[in-house]
Design a protein around this ligand. Structure first.
Ligand SMILES: Cc1cc2nc3c(=O)[nH]c(=O)nc-3n(C[C@H](O)[C@H](O)[C@H](O)COP(=O)(O)O)c2cc1C
Length: 173
């Protein structure tokens, strides 16, 4: 199996991270992988904001928990040292789809570097709510932008069990 296939098949969502920071070199490569993802009409409308300051992360976690209230998401970012927010033009019809491609490119890049990731959708309602206005401003969003998805990145403390894939999802004609 080649290295690309290995990274795709072996990537798992990591929910246990060590406290070790992610190197700047690794982060640059991961972000580069995001920038080089294809986008519809080559619009390149997806922006990526990186938050790693522990105090800022704590404040965000608390703001989210206070509004969301779902106990299982109180630790929504699993203490990962790095968190990325993805957003883009709210009126472009492919912003959500392009975000998915950008985020997966970054997840695979991280996997290839021996790092763990988990894509985070559970903050989406919060990020689109009135309460998140200061956070949207902080991460550089304008009124024209819509938050799409997040990504935790860090060193893997505990590997995640493989989730089997459902059968019958490919139709061969
Ligand atoms: C769009 C999207 C949103 C997700 N949101 C969350 C989330 O909020 N919290 C979480 O723990 N995992 C989240 N996940 C991870 C999925 O639960 C995970 O990919 C799935 O269980 C398959 O496991 P695997 O990634 O280890 O193969 C999300 C994945 C995607 C693609």
């Amino acid at each position: 199996m080649n290295e690309t296939m290995k990274a795709i098949l072996e990537r798992r969502s990591t929910r246990h991270y060590t406290a070790e920071p992610v190197s700047r070199e690794d982060l640059e490569q991961i972000l580069e992988a995001g920038l080089w993802a294809p986008t519809a009409r080559n619009e390149q409308e997806i922006k990526i904001a990186m938050m790693s300051d522990p105090a800022e992360r704590k404040a965000f976690r608390e703001a989210f928990a206070a509004k969301d209230g779902r106990p299982r998401f109180a630790n929504f970012d699993y203490g990962s040292p790095v968190f990325l927010f993805l957003y883009g033009d709210r009126d472009f019809p492919y912003t959500e789809m392009d975000s998915g491609i950008v985020v997966e490119n970054m997840a695979i890049a991280a996997e290839s570097l021996g790092l763990g990731t988990v894509i985070i959708g559970c903050i989406r309602d919060f990020m689109r709510s009135e309460a998140a206005q200061p956070w949207r401003e902080k991460i550089g969003m304008t009124e024209q932008d819509i938050f799409t998805v997040g990504l935790c990145i860090g060193h893997i403390e505990k590997p995640t069990q493989k989730q089997e894939r459902k059968e019958g999802r490919i139709v061969l004609l």
